[in-house]
Design a protein around this ligand. Structure first.
Ligand code: GLY
Length: 398
């Protein structure tokens, strides 16, 4: 799991505490039709099939490996990608997906997912699903066993129960403690944290008023008090200051050129209960056209929904753009939506992943390497399971 450096911590802190972000480079005001300023690191490889691609967490938790093995064993492409992302959904260490995901404002984990099967153009989705680990399997059940495409909220959970899915508490102790850290350090104007009658009251008020380095130190103490393991404290604080969107999106094409995709997530940490992101929206978090290819997304769903990114990337590939260029063009549309206030783009983290039916693939993210040197990567398996650098649209300037 990525951990922030002190420098990044300070940058995030400044932003979250209302510091003035540095002005984004001229790139960010460029019109969508401008030539690409993007950096495209991927080597041009001859397309191979089968191939599986996903967000980077698919490499860490085994999604691309499992999906590829399924393809070699002759599985349908949708079964392969869903089996792949089940690895992330079942592993509590992926705190952006399934079991162990970071909860909403009320401390409840709710999941979003959709699937799309290229050969039949069938789709299924669930939004705001509670108590079921594998939202991707429930989305697939909606696709396979109903005439609908999307079910949401408690009714989606009831549907899952009726379909034989086990109901379980998705909130792990680790996620609950990070949620408590967010909850208790959030506001001077609510009832969370040490009360007026508590010996810890003054310390809690001090933390809520603190800024800069002092704030960082007090946050670490608060994290320790809540029992968050030392090695998880920087991550926990980062989640409090910059609530992550996480997500895994995974696409696969088999040797015959059949393609499918899935996107699954626990969504934005600390979201308002009922919030649904882009991940279950066919055409935003995922789109697959069996004659062209597929595209998925991770990151800030609200921006992706506003450009219908999954569908846009596939349409751009249909018009002849390479997967990487199609992803970059969709990001340019997001950038264009911020033309009146380009500085705000610094708050946006968004990535696209694209796979063509001929096995050509690419991915792009909005921002280039951060001051720490960390850069966006994605997972690829075409016989060799690996991470590759993503192309990016904008240089991160301090
Ligand atoms: N992309 C995941 C979300 O916004 O919830």
């Amino acid at each position: 799991m990525y951990r922030i450096s002190r420098r990044e911590f300070a940058a995030g802190l400044a932003a979250s505490l209302g510091g003035v972000p540095a002005v984004v480079g001229a790139d960010s005001t460029r019109a969508v039709t401008a030539p690409s300023p993007a950096r495209t690191p991927q080597a041009t490889r001859s397309p191979k099939r089968p191939v599986v691609i996903s967000s980077a967490n698919g490499y860490r938790f085994g999604a691309t490996r499992v999906a590829y093995e399924k393809l070699l064993a002759g599985a349908d492409t949708l079964d392969a990608v869903v089996a792949g992302v089940n690895m992330n959904e079942n592993d509590p260490e992926d705190m952006s997906v399934g079991y162990g995901g970071l909860p909403n404002e009320a401390g409840e984990v709710s999941l979003d997912s959709c699937v799309m099967h290229g050969p039949t153009v069938q789709a299924g989705a669930v939004g705001c699903l509670y108590q079921v680990k594998n939202a991707s399997l429930v989305a697939k059940a909606v696709m396979e066993h109903t005439d609908e495409i999307m079910l949401v909220g408690e009714d989606a959970t009831n549907f899952a129960k009726a379909m034989g899915f086990e109901l379980t508490n998705l909130l792990t102790e680790k996620a609950r403690k990070i949620w408590m850290l967010w909850r208790e350090t959030r506001s001077l104007r609510d009832s969370w944290g040490a009360g007026l009658d508590s010996p810890g009251y003054d310390k809690m008020q001090e933390l809520k008023r603190a800024r800069g380095q002092e704030f960082e130190e007090l946050m670490r103490k608060a994290a320790a008090r809540l029992g968050i393991a030392e090695e998880d404290q920087a991550f926990a604080i980062e989640c409090v200051l910059r609530p992550p969107h996480g997500t895994i999106s995974c696409l696969a094409v088999n040797a015959k050129g059949e393609i499918s995709g899935v996107t699954t997530t626990s969504g934005l940490a600390w979201k308002i209960p009922g919030r649904v992101g882009d991940s279950p929206i066919i055409g935003a978090g995922l789109y697959v056209d069996g004659e062209v290819g597929g595209a998925g997304s991770t990151g800030r769903g609200e921006e992706n929904i506003r450009v219908a990114g999954g569908h846009a990337v596939v349409e751009l590939m249909r018009q002849g753009k390479s997967p990487t260029d199609a992803c970059l063009e969709a990001l340019r549309r997001v950038q264009h939506n911020f033309r009146a206030y380009p500085q705000r783009l610094r708050e946006v983290d968004l990535s696209y992943y694209a796979l063509r039916v001929d096995g050509t693939y690419g991915a792009a993210t909005l921002w280039g390497p951060r001051p720490s040197g960390r850069r966006g990567q994605f997972a690829v398996h075409d016989g060799e399971n690996r991470l590759e650098d993503m192309a990016y649209l904008l240089e991160w300037k301090n």
